[in-house]
Design a protein around this ligand. Structure first.
Ligand SMILES: *Cc1c(COP(=O)(O)O)cnc(C)c1O
Length: 229
């Protein structure tokens, strides 16, 4: 089922790209594996996915260790990129920096500084995205769009952090068309900053519209793991 679902997602990507004059190779699928066991992640990887996303540090570390051990035994060389897509508490930054190739959810200067300090300690350049709150729900994390440019400026000064782009989570809406304005806000912010490569936006229910609006990275969970009829 996972394999078929991935094929279906890829087909939708091709269609969305055709509608917006883009190439499917511009889009990276991050498979979000929260709540899913390591065996299923393995299946995803075997289906050709190289990018795995988790929203909790502890859960990710556990599965990272399981999979890395297994893969070492099998001496496979396919590289896996680990993504943190969920909110990161400052006191977990140390663990996060050890495991994740890209942290999508940098939502405050304080967190950015802590990630930087931890990266300095292990001599790593940590790639990050800034999370932008493109819709006003109280429950959401992220910089306001009008703080974005200043935040990029501040965080760029940190030596061991590299800002690769922006991320947003669109609100839950009835149709994906209604999510379009939020994706557009993120793309316009990216354009006004310049020089950033990644736009992480779009999930199972709204990735097609996100691609039409310029997403380069989509974060997909349910569309890959759940049965569709
Ligand atoms: C769970 C999650 C996703 C994937 O959501 P689906 O609707 O299952 O595709 C993407 N981004 C974040 C931040 C998530 O927490």
């Amino acid at each position: 089922m996972i394999k078929e679902n991935i094929a279906a997602v890829k087909q939708s990507i091709v269609a969305a790209c055709a509608r917006s004059n883009r190439g499917p190779e511009e889009i990276t699928i991050v498979t979000v594996t929260k709540g899913r066991p390591a065996v299923e992640i393995k299946e995803v990887i075997e289906a050709g996915i190289a990018d795995i996303g988790e929203n909790r540090v502890q859960e990710a570390v556990l599965k990272y260790n399981q999979l890395t051990k297994q893969r070492n035994n099998e001496s496979t060389s396919q590289r896996i990129n680990w993504h943190l897509v969920g909110h990161l508490q400052t006191n977990k930054a140390k663990e996060a920096v050890k495991v994740f190739d890209l942290i999508h959810s940098v939502d405050s200067l304080r967190l950015a500084r802590e990630i930087n300090s931890q990266a300095v300690r292990i001599n790593k350049i940590q790639d990050i995205l800034l999370e932008i709150k493109t819709s006003p729900e109280e429950t959401k994390y992220g910089f306001n769009p009008d703080e974005g440019i200043e935040a990029v400026k501040e965080i760029s000064r940190l030596q061991n952090i590299r800002i690769k782009g922006l991320m947003t989570i669109a609100p839950v809406v009835d149709s994906q068309e209604q999510a379009r304005p939020y994706f557009r806000i993120l793309r316009e912010l990216k354009d006004s900053i310049g020089d950033l490569r990644i736009l992480s936006m779009g999930m199972s229910d709204d990735f097609a519209v996100a691609i039409e609006e310029g997403a380069t990275m989509i974060r997909i969970g349910r569309a890959i793991f759940e049965k569709h009829v």
